[in-house]
Design a protein around this ligand. Sequence first.
Ligand SMILES: [Zn+2]
Length: 72
Amino acid sequence: MVGRWWDKRSEILAGNLKPRPRVRTCAWCLRDEAHVDILISGPGVWICDSCVDLLAGIVAERRSRANPAPGR
Ligand SMILES: [Zn+2]
């Protein structure tokens, strides 16, 4: 699903492509605002709702690993 965008990201990071200027893109998956539902701005960067969901899942998993099963 995100494979195509992920490949593009890798190419950009490898210096084979240059990100298009003046278009707001997610700093993680590099989809531009036309291809995401929500683009959330940070200091000079943006992140899309899909990546927030993905990262929130990773954070939740790591937190549960660091603090397994509270109670009991
Ligand atoms: Zn994204």
